[in-house]
Design a protein around this ligand. Structure first.
Ligand code: NAD
Length: 297
């Protein structure tokens, strides 16, 4: 039975604005979250309420999930009243959460055994881009399944097909690897300027147009100079993503020494109670390590 409705499970910082953008674009949504207030807000915006992932799957054709991590997505798909118990042949599940690629592959196989399809489609961009509908969406799975839902995904941002199932998650992990190391590099470089007695703000101006320039440096260096660490992208989410990088790299015997270092820096910040600050707070780690301040009046 075709319903033309879109299911949406996981209405947090990211899922809520993404679901609202689909409603604004005229889509009929059926929503579920373990937090009743989040569901209530979407019902007020025009969505239909469901009381379990299975109910969402029964009432919709395409089901989108936007959950914290692998265990939550596994629970929503395979748990009691999960999607798997209600899924129909031809139905498409699009997991937009950032999770371990091996788990995406495992869940895809279970859904395919029921005749359904799955894509992994994690995003980059954060709350602001989720609200504006300008997320970068990295897609893994069968290309013909992607072409069926591309227009839907592009209501939330710009999607790019990468390769088979799990490849979207791999792209996201590559992104988180490069971003984490890049922010640490900015903090380490600016610490050298500060300790050597040269104003790091002048150094930033002098080098931002050259090869060291990056979107990371443009966003994070000014944050370090202002001590402005409101999120942004939280340290605890980056720790979660680097955990998925390390789980993946262990499984394929890949050595990633810089990720291990950045993970320790972020754990140290979390131990100091900074886990909800923006990941630009790697600047604070270097300040403490060297007894300096990158913050300028
Ligand atoms: P969040 O914690 O704000 O939202 C997750 C939602 O899932 C919550 O509303 C929670 O109640 C719900 N949930 C948890 N378990 C559930 C279950 N079993 N059934 C139904 N609902 C359940 O997280 P978020 O910031 O929206 O992030 C979602 C995903 O997007 C994460 O994987 C995150 O890494 C990724 N992401 C986040 C950002 C960001 O800036 N916040 C940016 C890019 C990607």
């Amino acid at each position: 039975m075709s319903t033309n409705k879109i299911g949406f499970i996981g209405l947090g910082i990211m899922g809520k604005p993404m679901a609202k953008n689909l409603i604004k674009a005229g889509k009929q949504l059926v929503v579920y979250d373990v937090v009743p207030a989040a569901v209530e807000e979407l019902v007020k915006a025009g969505a239909e309420r469901a009381s379990s992932p299975a109910e969402v799957a029964k009432a919709s054709d395409t089901v989108i999930t936007m959950l914290p991590n692998s265990p939550h997505v596994r629970e929503v798909v395979t748990g009691k009243d999960g999607i798997l118990g209600a899924v129909r042949s031809g139905q498409v599940v699009v997991d937009m959460s950032s999770i371990a690629p091996l788990v995406s592959r495992e869940l895809c196989a279970l859904l395919e055994a029921k005749g359904a399809e799955m894509l992994d489609a994690p995003v980059s961009g954060g709350q602001e881009k989720a609200e504006k509908g300008t997320l970068a969406i990295m897609v893994g799975g069968k290309e013909e399944v992607y072409s069926k839902v591309k227009d839907l995904l592009d209501l939330m941002g710009k999607s790019n097909y990468v390769a088979g199932i799990g490849a979207g998650q791999i792209a996201k992990l590559v992104n988180q690897t490069i971003v984490g190391i890049n922010i640490a590099a900015v903090a380490e470089g600016m610490s050298l300027a500060e300790k050597a007695g040269v104003d790091p703000r002048r150094v930033f101006q002098a080098i931002r147009g050259g090869l060291a320039g990056s979107q990371c440096m443009e966003d994070k260096a000014p944050r370090m100079f202002e001590g402005r660490y409101n999120p942004g992208f939280r340290i605890n989410l980056h720790i979660k993503d680097l955990g998925n990088v390390q789980e993946t790299s262990r499984a394929i015997h890949l050595s990633m020494p810089l990720v291990a270092q950045v993970m320790e820096m972020m754990q140290n910040l979390a131990a100091d109670g900074h886990e909800t600050l923006d990941h630009g707070a790697l600047g604070l780690f270097y300040e403490k390590l060297n007894g300096i301040s990158l913050k300028k009046e």
